[in-house]
Every structure is written in C-alpha cells, then in structure tokens.
Write a protein of this length. Structure first.
Length: 48
C-alpha cells in the first residue's frame, strides 16, 4: 500500500470540511435570495 494515499482523516479535519461546505451553502442561498429580491423589486417598479 502506498504511503501517500494512506492519509489519516481526523474528526477535526472532517468537522472543518463540513463547516466549509456549510458556509458555502449558506452563501449560495443568500446570493440566490438576494437575486430573487432584486428581480421582484424590479418587476414591482416596472408594474407601477
């Protein structure tokens, strides 16, 4: 077995990776909601 591929994954590394993914997901949701709000605002202005 090659030593380079046998990397020990600690629970701390796992937690950091999960936190990083979670932060990215929150950012994506925030951007999506902001874009939706901007579109709805533009449509309401166009309707007036």
């Amino acid at each position: 077995m090659d030593q380079a591929t046998a990397v020990q994954v600690t629970p701390q590394m796992e937690a950091q990776e999960a936190a990083r993914r979670h932060k990215g997901r929150i950012r994506a949701v925030a951007i999506t909601l902001s874009a939706l709000a901007a579109i709805l605002y533009a449509l309401s202005l166009a309707h007036i």
